[in-house]
Design a protein around this ligand. Structure first.
Ligand code: SF4
Length: 437
């Protein structure tokens, strides 16, 4: 008998009732066997939600409502929290509002918890390769049952796929989030699994987002809800849905090697009324945007040196270029003519204008120049790149909007300060609460 089960349920449009019905069906078919109980945490993908520029890249409210219907139905459930930490240095509370999650608070006994404002707990890892300990929200640390609600989408920072494993980056915050967010990203993703391994995964594949920046990319109808209780098996099936080879994805391989899931696709029993081939007929026609950054067509003369960090400088700059193409394609043609170095280049480089992206590029062998801009960091954050390109080259990235600037540069520091005050008391190092399956 196959040990792992993944359920693919047809769902042509956003309907909470339909999502609940599919979860119930998956439960009856034995896709997951543990019922929600105690303190339940739902972790969505809310990296960014914005009515104009980030419309497709987050888990839709109807899917969360479908999960809430299911969870709330169980008498053993004491408390339900939706926990998230958004990306790009914007406030999670604004993203909750844009995504419509606050409306769910009026209908269900649930609380939306923005990690940067909440009490936190530090957890010791037993099997971490990058992290010895991680700081997560207190709700996440105290939970009894964890539901992941990823968005099915492509992501150029993680081998073109964002599923349940990659969702875990939004479990952590602050310096820990960008620590080793480079070529070690696969190891980092799997480290987090030790303290946030889902009991149930319900993925929004009704519309998938593809081909661009992880926040601003556009979407297409796929019509599927994916349900599982093992993150590795789930992501292997998602890779196939996206027409990718699961074993070519580093973080999937890494998770398999560390014993978190099946090491053969044949060990996964795929259940439900949605055929993988139906998805592949759509996704095989899509460009997922995963490419070497130096091959991106624009006025920029990009040179990629060493190391090549698809989860770091190379990936983040590629993501920045995609962001422009997603929402302001005409701006691509107007980018200034300049040499961009990403990673360390040892041969001497000279040009009128040179841009160095990341600490390794800043250590390159630079010859003559008229203007040189250094964006430091390992890697620099998205926010830093967007801001530095605006200030130095007057590039008005699509995310440079008054509301987002106020949110990122005024509200966000205020919210993180609030979180700092809330956590002023001594934080003990908690014992490990590994729930590896
Ligand atoms: S600075 Fe950039 S290229 Fe260098 S290790 Fe960090 S992420 Fe990788």
């Amino acid at each position: 008998m196959k040990k792992y089960k993944v359920y693919l349920g047809s769902c042509a449009e956003y309907s909470a009732e339909k999502v609940t019905a599919l979860i119930n069906d998956a439960f009856e078919k034995g896709v997951f066997t543990t019922k929600p109980f105690g303190k339940v945490v739902i972790k969505p993908n809310l990296v960014m939600a914005h009515p104009k520029v980030a419309t497709e890249s987050f888990t839709r409210k109807e899917v969360i409502e479908g999960i809430l219907n299911f969870v709330n139905h169980h008498n053993e459930v004491e408390k339900i929290s939706i926990c998230e930490k958004s990306g790009l240095g914007v406030t999670t509370s604004t993203m909750f509002r844009h995504a419509g999650y606050y409306r769910l608070q009026k209908k269900y006994p649930v609380k939306c918890c923005a990690m940067e404002e909440r009490k936190k707990a530090r957890i010791v890892l037993n099997r971490g390769r990058i992290h010895n300990h991680l700081t997560i929200s207190r709700e996440m640390a105290d939970r009894d049952f964890l539901v992941f609600a990823p968005k099915l989408k492509s992501n150029v920072l993680s081998h073109a796929i964002s599923g349940a494993l990659k969702l875990n980056i939004g479990t952590i915050d602050g310096r820990e989030r960008m620590h080793h967010h480079h070529r070690d990203l696969p190891d980092k993703i799997v480290d987090i699994l030790e303290i946030a391994n889902p009991d149930l995964i319900v993925t929004d594949g009704i519309r998938m987002a593809f081909g661009g920046n992880q926040m601003t990319q556009r979407g297409t109808g796929l019509g599927v809800i994916i349900i599982a209780d093992n993150a590795v098996a789930h992501d292997m099936v998602c890779a196939r849905l996206l027409n990718l080879e699961p074993f070519a994805v580093d973080h999937i391989n890494n998770a398999i090697e560390r014993g978190y899931g099946p090491d053969r696709f044949e060990d996964i029993d795929i259940i439900g009324d949605f055929e993988i081939e139906k998805s592949q007929a759509i996704t095989s026609r899509l460009d997922l945007g995963f490419m070497p950054v130096e091959s991106y067509k624009s006025n920029l003369k990009i040179q990629s040196g060493t190391p090549c960090c698809i989860g770091g400088c190379q990936g983040i700059f590629l993501d920045w270029l995609h962001m422009i193409r997603d929402r302001k394609p005409t701006l691509l043609k107007k980018l200034p003519v300049l040499t961009v170095l990403i990673g360390r280049i040892d041969e001497k480089v000279s040009d009128k204008k040179i841009l160095l992206v990341g600490d390794c590029a800043c250590a390159s062998n630079i010859g003559s120049y008229k203007k040189i801009i250094r964006i430091r960091g390992c890697p620099p954050s998205h926010k830093r790149i967007v801001w530095d390109m605006l200030v130095n080259f007057f590039i008005l990235n699509p995310l440079v909007r008054p509301s987002l600037i106020i949110d990122g540069f005024v509200l966000y520091p205020f919210k993180t300060f609030k979180g700092w005050v809330v956590n002023l008391r001594f934080k003990p190092l908690w014992k490990n609460r590994s729930n590896a399956k």
